[in-house]
Ligand binder design. Sequence first.
Ligand code: HEM
Length: 236
Amino acid sequence: MKTRPTSSVKPPASKPPTSKPPTSKPRIPVIRYTLPARLNHSVTAVSFMLLTLSGLAFFHPSLYFLTMLFGGGELARLLHPWIGVVLAVSFAGLFLRFWRDNRWRAEDGAWIGSLRQVLSGHEENLPEIGKYNAGQKFVFWGMAVFVLGLLGSGILIWEQYFGTLTPVDTQRVAVLVHSALAILGILVLVVHIYAAIWVRSTIGAMSKGTVTAGWAWRHHRKWLREEAAKGLRPRT
Ligand code: HEM
């Protein structure tokens, strides 16, 4: 029976102990998000989740206990619209950063048409995709509509400042619109988080700011080619 070399076996003297085995491939990181973009995304994500928690607390009496997270019902009611303002400003920052890469391209239609192949992990026969795929573009534009609509309808029902300016009938419609958009936004967020976890190493794109060239080659080859044209350096 062959035995594996143990750690007591020293490397040949000619090789420095830190040298890597010749088979190891260099990991080539591709920058996907800058630090300011990632901070911008974090503020958006945290504010959206705080809004979800405080908003759900007002949605149904059985969820009122969630106001405890905000120091009670009164404080939650006071904070909710201001967190909404933070979300709107923060999302506006994301929008300005990302809208160009979220424009619809010819390959997006083909990507949707081949969704079954995408879901079964066979993207090799699909056309090359830019920085974002069609699914991500739906999330982007969906969130843009929802955040704008939530801000608009939220202002109409913001008693403290706009209560006297808005007729009651308008407020009733605004409450309905606000609730419907919130539910849609939460559903889209669930899909967004699920997709980020499901496509391996995608979370790292946002947490570390980089992806491997392999990940980019597999999922966003057109984008990788564009980045490569700008010049990639392998991390040794
Ligand atoms: C805990 C919550 C969240 C997690 C874990 C998360 C995770 C991620 C990840 C991993 C990416 C990178 C995807 C890639 O580069 O391929 C991303 C991108 C992005 N996220 Fe989130 N996200 C969260 C919340 C949000 C919220 C609340 C919004 C907006 C309201 C949002 C908007 C975006 C946008 C616009 C992008 C760029 C992709 C695109 O433009 O289509 N995210 N997110």
